[in-house]
Design a protein around this ligand. Structure first.
Ligand code: NDP
Length: 336
């Protein structure tokens, strides 16, 4: 039998954790032939909720689930881990300054980076979901000097999937026929959802939009005034309509991210992922930035050579500037 893949989920007693665990255990993330072992990390006050979820996992009798461990000790949780989904984070609360937010998350992601460095398996792959995700990933990576940088990623797949959902309606095409959409930059309000290179069933999305919206100008205003802000602010829209935050779609996106990283993007074209910048598209080295990316053989690779027009350049630069500011802030706090 195949050896189980060991997966650590932090904040496993929270909302997103609850939506993640059952889908991972059912095989949605790594496929129907790969047994999984789940290590659930929580802070002491979250342990009971995680233990409750573990009872329900047992009651689901998933054939692929080999073992569930619940702990508040990072050394135990990351011991031998092949994959880690870092979900637990310190949310911004009313009146909180950015420095306080970064400091609080440094206290979570610094020690987790060190525990990953010291205890995880050599093939460890990490995706950070907890916000501010890009900078939390940077903190974890910087505290894990023995782990290759490219093993630390941040989730921008939910933004990507939201963009696909909006476009699918706008050009009346099934999501599965869309290619070439990119989320650039930070997982924040400055992110840039870019459709300049997108196609639907092989046809140019900008041309389809122009056809439906009275020409290129109509398409441009729809993108600037509706599409981009709607994708970037979709989280707030969900909270308003649903009465609580987007949980199932966030978990689903995390599963998509790991699925594609491990099993490859194959012929589905590129997706978006927050990756350690090596300087592509003029993004300074050493920030974790969302790029167009394909995965093959367990490695993400930035899709290079796309033409970036002036409009896109400004948007990318603005979001990257925010990432650089966050990096400088955590640097001055001594977190990296
Ligand atoms: P959620 O499970 O709803 O959210 C967890 C993290 O995911 C937050 O940082 C949140 O950011 C982020 N997130 C939420 N929605 C989205 C989205 N749509 N897209 C991308 N990211 C999103 O929070 P809960 O409070 O229910 O659960 C958090 C759990 O983490 C608690 O059980 C807590 O005890 C635990 N925790 C564990 C730690 C550890 O293991 N060491 C450390 C800290 C907390 P945002 O706040 O911006 O929505």
């Amino acid at each position: 039998a195949k050896k189980p893949v060991s997966i650590t989920i932090t904040g496993a007693g929270g909302q997103i954790g609850y939506a993640l665990l059952f889908r991972i255990a059912s095989g949605a993330m790594l496929g129907p032939d790969t047994p999984v072992r789940l290590n659930l990390l929580e802070i002491p006050q979250g342990l009971r909720a995680a233990e409750g979820a573990a009872l329900e996992l047992q009651d689901s009798a998933f054939p692929l689930l080999s073992h569930v461990e619940v702990t508040d000790d990072p050394a135990v949780a990351f011991g031998g881990a092949n994959l880690a989904l870092l979900v637990g984070a310190r949310p911004r609360t009313a009146g909180m300054e950015r420095a306080d937010l970064l400091q609080a998350n440094g206290g979570i992601f610094g020690p987790q980076g060190r525990a990953i460095n010291d205890h995880a398996a050599d093939d460890i792959r990490v995706v950070v979901v907890g916000n501010p995700a890009n900078t939390n990933a940077l903190i974890a990576a910087s505290n894990a000097p023995d782990v290759p940088r490219d093993r630390f990623t941040a989730l921008t797949r939910l933004d990507h999937n939201r963009a696909l959902g909006q476009l699918s309606v706008a050009v009346d095409s099934p999501v599965g026929d869309l290619r070439g959409v990119t989320i650039w930059g930070n997982h924040s309000a400055t992110q840039f959802p870019d459709v300049a290179h997108a196609t639907a069933g092989g046809d140019s999305v900008p041309a389809l939009l122009a056809g439906r919206l009275g020409g290129p100008e109509g398409a441009r205003s729809w993108l600037v005034d509706e599409f981009i802000p709607r994708v970037a602010k979709r989280g707030a829209e969900i909270i308003e309509v649903r009465g609580s935050s987007s949980v199932a779609s966030a978990a689903s996106a995390a599963i998509d991210h790991v699925h594609d990283w491990v099993l490859g993007t194959a012929d589905r074209g590129w997706t978006s992922a927050g990756l350690w910048s090596e300087g592509a598209y003029g993004v300074p080295e050493g920030v974790i930035c969302s790029f167009p990316a394909v995965a093959e053989g367990g490695t993400w690779r930035v899709v290079e050579g796309l033409e970036i027009d002036l409009f896109a350049r400004h948007r990318i630069d603005a979001s990257v500037a925010e990432l650089v500011e966050e990096r400088e802030a955590v640097r001055s706090l001594g977190l990296i």
